[in-house]
Design a protein. Structure first.
Length: 421
């Protein structure tokens, strides 16, 4: 290429591509390292990174080669055969994998993760008996995460949407890189000093290297000894860190952590409204039922009183007719006696009428006394068992639940110490 010539981005990228892909070393070579950022596409292609302590390289294995490759996962140590290529649309170089071999042993980070996890598990740091309950209705939350990026926005937006009345304090924290561990430890101490109800510890997704600060033993022990309940929301749903195992509650994502930290106020209000409607409906049904019973009792009482009065009037009419008939039959034969008897009869009739009237009043008084409300107004009470009037002491046993009805209300009680004389 001429030194003073100006090239387009495409031209320079293609030149780099030609130089790399045709170089004897890069055309066909073998490399070894640890698998990270593994993605298996629905097309059958496999995308991942191969790394060691100093660097990493993007790798792609197309479906035609992936079909015959052994299975592997994040943390596995592999030996790859292939060549260097340049993906022109992004200007990235990548390793095109043609064959995969399993190297002896596992990746160093994966081994460190496994060793620490097993050791802390034996100490009991992951046991459920140490997990603190998450407050259902917190008034104060502390959020430990990076002040930039999608995670903090998702957390704060979710909390405000679900439970806006809660106070939230963001503790800006470095969650990635060599200063991440110290920053997380310091933020935990700051959060404890604020005495919130719950602490959310979160960050967005990333590779195992990106999340490694949450796999540090010091961070795990600080979480375990924290006196305040901690919810972790680190990475994506498939990501697990040591911090997740030792925390009081693990959420699959930062957004899920926010959802577990606060209730959904709108859902609570809706549920309470439904309960209120159900209670109101039940009470209305109960009142309507009792009103119907009272109407029925009143109707039957009225019918009984009317029938009794009608019967007594008819009886009096029959007696009066009989007396008149007897008087009539003796008029022709005993006129003098008739006058005497007439006087006697009039006297008798008046006396009889007075007696009948008195008897009628007595019956009317009895009828009035039969009316429940009249009885109660006189200072008497009614004793009910299973809604039936108790008229005999033998109907009661100790321990029975009874109800005493007064004019102004009712008293429920339990029968004790029955004294039958």
């Amino acid at each position: 290429m001429a030194q003073n010539t100006i090239y387009s981005v495409t031209e320079i990228t293609r030149a780099i591509k030609q130089a790399l892909e045709h170089h004897p070393i890069f055309k066909s070579t073998r490399i070894t390292g640890e698998v990270s950022n593994l993605t298996r596409h629905s097309s059958g292609h496999v995308y991942f990174s191969l790394k060691d302590r100093g660097a990493q390289i993007s790798c792609v294995m197309f479906r035609s080669f992936a079909l015959y490759a052994p299975s592997f996962k994040v943390g596995d140590k592999l030996v790859l055969t292939g060549g260097i290529s340049v993906y022109e649309p992004r200007g990235n170089y990548q390793f095109l994998v043609r064959a995969v071999e399993k190297a002896r042993g596992k990746g160093s980070l994966f081994e460190a993760f496994t060793r620490l996890k097993e050791g802390l598990a034996k100490e009991g740091l992951f046991d459920n008996r140490h997990k603190k309950a998450i407050p259902q209705f917190p008034s104060f939350l502390a959020v430990i995460t990076s002040p930039t990026g999608a995670a903090v926005k998702d957390i704060l937006r979710t909390i405000h949407r679900r439970y806006s009345k809660v106070k939230v304090v963001l503790i800006p924290t470095t969650v990635q890189g060599e200063h991440g561990k110290a920053s997380i430890l310091k933020s935990l101490q700051n959060a404890i000093s604020l005495k919130p109800d719950t602490i959310i510890l979160g960050r967005g997704g990333g590779s195992i290297e990106d999340l490694w600060n949450f796999n540090e033993e010091e961070v795990a022990r600080a979480i375990f000894h924290c006196p305040i309940p901690i919810i972790t929301g680190i990475g994506h749903e498939t990501d697990f860190t040591i911090a997740d195992f030792v925390a009081d509650l693990r959420a699959s994502t930062p957004t899920a952590a926010a959802e577990k930290a606060v209730p959904d106020l709108a859902a609570i209000v809706y549920t309470l409204s439904e309960y209120q409607k159900q209670i109101r409906t039940s009470l209305q049904h109960f009142i309507d039922y009792k009103r119907q019973l009272l109407d029925d009792y009143s109707f039957r009482m009225g019918q009984s009183c009317q029938q009794f009065v009608q019967s007594r009037k008819h009886s009096l009419q029959i007696q009066q007719t009989q007396l008149l008939q007897a008087f009539s039959r003796n008029v022709s034969s005993q006129s003098h006696a008739l006058r005497m008897l007439q006087k006697q009869l009039e006297t008798t009739m008046l006396q009889s009428i007075r007696e009948k009237r008195h008897a009628l009043k007595v019956w009317e008084t009895k009828l009035q006394s039969m009316d429940r409300s009249h009885i109660l107004r006189q200072g008497y009470t009614l004793t009910l068992k299973n809604k039936q009037i108790v008229s005999d002491l033998t109907a009661l046993q100790e321990g029975d639940s009874i109800e005493t009805v007064f004019e102004q209300g009712r008293v429920k009680s339990i029968v004790q110490d029955i004294n039958k004389t």
